[in-house]
Design a protein around this ligand. Structure first.
Ligand code: AMP
Length: 423
């Protein structure tokens, strides 16, 4: 876990505010779920790898609880217990910190932030396309460039395995291995559980990736011929990707037939976002049609995405080392020339803040010249100098730190001028 210094915190909150703006534009309402939940709920479908990494403890009431490692379980619980009668679709947004005992390394923290979107109540491909679209829109807003979507469909591999009679527990084990790209180990387990034809099909699928997505879909279709569920999964993936093309989303998509994700609740299209040169995902999501039912709700199809704010921040900083938040506005310092006008200077500060202007008060007791040189070092754009002579006429001196121009104006005039700068 780490501290975020002002620049990092500002960047983090900037991405978070863009994420909130995307939620508004797409009609997602925010929900705030607790940081701590029952262990069983959070662990149910998180997958073996993430389950081992949860922060689990007993509270004073003797309950086994954990820090949330993701949002989806909590949102699915919320929907299944309190929102079942809401008209569908339900679009929900959450943001906040998550906890996993990951090995600390580049882009892997034990406390991290996500922007999370869930679209609940429809199994139609428009839903999957919307999730891809809003992820793309958010990444664009953060100034990220050259990112791509790695896309797959859980229904292809699970479809084949269930038609082969492989139990769900064994399927989960295999999917965990595929998530870690342990193809050979996965095939070794399946040797005892599935037919030679199945192994052959999987071997072929594991090699299908990259290139023009429409060609990859064709290859997948021929590879899974005869497996009914897997074939309809391929059709579904094609429909979703066609929709993204028709909508001119211009997604950079790489389809990977053997792609699996660590979370166990996925049932359909899955995806992760990457940038070249960073082998960790910036976000991930997909369709999970059975989770709400598992938590006691009615069978309710859903899809969602979690975008990792920390990793987006890292990737943006790699691409734009001098990143600064846009719309920074101005920074104003109010500076009394002597002790007698200290109180007046505070009053002037308040009046400017009432007009929505960011104002810092001088609190170091510095002389005017020292305060001015310190202000220019700290990136202050304007200084209001409060002196007894000007005050008698209800005026102050407004100094533009860049042009070094200074003029005497009333407080209201100063506010009018500064308001024009402060976007
Ligand atoms: P997941 O819930 O595993 O699908 O993760 C979704 C996104 O959360 C990932 O793509 C990352 O951007 C982010 N994330 C997951 N684990 C971590 C971590 N340990 N440190 C930073 N970001 C993470």
């Amino acid at each position: 876990m780490r501290d975020l210094l002002p620049r990092e915190a500002e960047h983090m909150r900037f991405i978070e505010s863009e994420a909130r703006e995307i939620a508004r534009l797409y009609g997602y309402q925010e929900v705030i779920t607790p940081l701590i939940e029952h262990y069983e709920l959070l662990a149910a479908k998180i997958g073996e790898e993430n389950r081992k990494r949860m922060y689990v403890f007993e509270d004073l009431g003797g309950r086994r609880v954990a820090l949330r490692p993701e949002f989806t379980a909590s949102v699915a619980r919320l929907v299944s217990t309190r929102m079942m009668t809401e008209p569908k679709p339900i679009r929900l947004f959450s943001t906040g910190s998550l906890y996993r005992y990951d090995e600390p390394q580049f882009g892997r923290y034990r406390e991290f932030w996500q922007a999370n979107y869930e679209l609940i109540g429809s199994s139609r491909p428009e839903v999957d396309a919307e999730i891809l679209s809003l992820s793309n829109d958010l990444l664009k807003k953060t100034l990220l460039e050259e990112y791509y979507f790695k896309v797959g469909h859980v229904g292809v591999l699970r479809g084949i395995l269930s038609e082969e009679g492989v139990s769900e527990t064994e399927q989960n084990r295999v999917m965990q291995m595929l998530d870690k790209k342990m193809w050979e180990e996965a095939l070794r387990i399946l040797k005892k559980l599935a037919s030679e034809r199945c192994l052959e099909t999987l071997r072929r699928l594991f090699k299908i990736s990259g290139g023009e997505w429409s060609n990859i879909i064709k290859e997948m279709r021929t590879s899974v011929e005869g497996y009914e569920k897997a074939s309809s999964a391929v059709e579904n993936l094609e429909t979703i990707l066609n929709l993204t093309s028709e909508a001119k989303m211009n997604l950079n998509v790489i389809v990977e037939a053997g792609f699996a994700r660590g979370l166990e609740y996925y049932t359909g299209m899955i995806f992760e976002v990457y940038v070249p040169g960073m082998d960790i995902a910036l976000g991930g999501g997909g369709r999970y049609d059975r989770l709400i039912e598992l938590f006691g709700g009615e069978p309710t199809p859903a899809a969602g995405v979690a975008l990792g704010i920390d990793r987006i921040m890292l990737a943006v900083r790699r691409q734009h080392p001098n990143w600064k938040p846009p719309r920074r506005g101005i920074r104003v310092l109010v500076l009394p020339v002597n002790e007698e006008v200290r109180g007046k200077a505070l009053e002037v500060s308040s009046r400017l803040r009432e007009r929505g202007i960011t104002v810092e008060a001088e609190v170091m007791g510095r002389t005017v010249s020292r305060a001015l040189s310190d202000a220019s070092k700290r990136g202050i754009s304007h200084v209001i100098i409060v002196g007894p002579k000007e005050l008698k006429e209800g005026k102050v001196a407004l100094r533009d730190m860049e042009s070094k121009e200074q003029k005497t104006v009333t407080i209201d005039e100063a506010a009018d001028i500064l308001e024009n700068y402060a976007v």
